[in-house]
Write a protein that binds this ligand. Structure first.
Ligand SMILES: Cc1cc2nc3c(=O)[nH]c(=O)nc-3n(C[C@H](O)[C@H](O)[C@H](O)COP(=O)(O)O)c2cc1C
Length: 159
């Protein structure tokens, strides 16, 4: 299976876009753009995210055992691009505040899901983190959508 072809075919699956954040021991925020986010269980309340072992913030994720999923709204494409860029100060100029666990919650997101890691699993070049949901919020904004490698928005008339 050609890597590029696999990426192309998998890109046919429509997803939302999230920025998953965590922090180091002294509270410095880290985060990256993630669409490998899934709701897993309602009772107990569990979600999962898949984080690339090669990401610069990977070590921080592996150590902190807490994370927050920021579900991006349709006007946050620039935020998505920013948190998918390497080697920049991702939080510079971005408005955020700390949630109950102390992890960064991005202002303007359509939803926040704060989690404590309860399991982690090998997933090839990624690690799968299962988080127990400890706090949530939803703003009622409209979602940013990712499909075939591009950003999209829901048509106005339907929702
Ligand atoms: C739409 C989109 C979805 C992404 N989904 C994931 C993902 O699910 N998991 C992941 O590890 N990286 C994902 N990435 C790539 C990371 O956001 C990107 O490589 C990031 O720069 C890695 O963090 P780092 O800067 O700490 O290395 C995605 C990027 C984009 C644009």
């Amino acid at each position: 299976m050609e890597l590029q072809e696999l990426r192309r075919v998998l890109g046919h699956f429509v997803t939302g876009v999230t920025v998953v954040t965590t922090m180091d021991k002294v509270g410095t925020p880290f985060g990256l753009t993630v669409n490998a986010f899934t709701s897993l269980s309602l009772n107990p309340p569990l979600v999962l995210v898949c984080i690339d072992k090669g990401a610069q913030c990977y070590r921080c994720f592996d150590q902190s055992k807490i994370f927050a999923v920021n579900v991006l709204s349709e006007d946050q494409e620039a935020i998505s691009r920013r948190f998918a860029s390497r080697g920049i100060e991702k939080f510079a100029g971005v408005k955020w505040h700390r949630g109950k666990l102390g992890v960064a919650l991005l202002d303007g997101a359509m939803g926040h899901i704060e989690c404590k890691v309860v399991h982690s699993y090998e997933g090839g070049d990624h690690t799968i983190y299962v988080g127990k949901v400890v706090n949530t919020a939803a703003s009622g904004k409209r979602p940013l959508i990712f499909f075939k490698g591009k950003y999209h928005r829901l048509p106005r008339q339907e929702f």
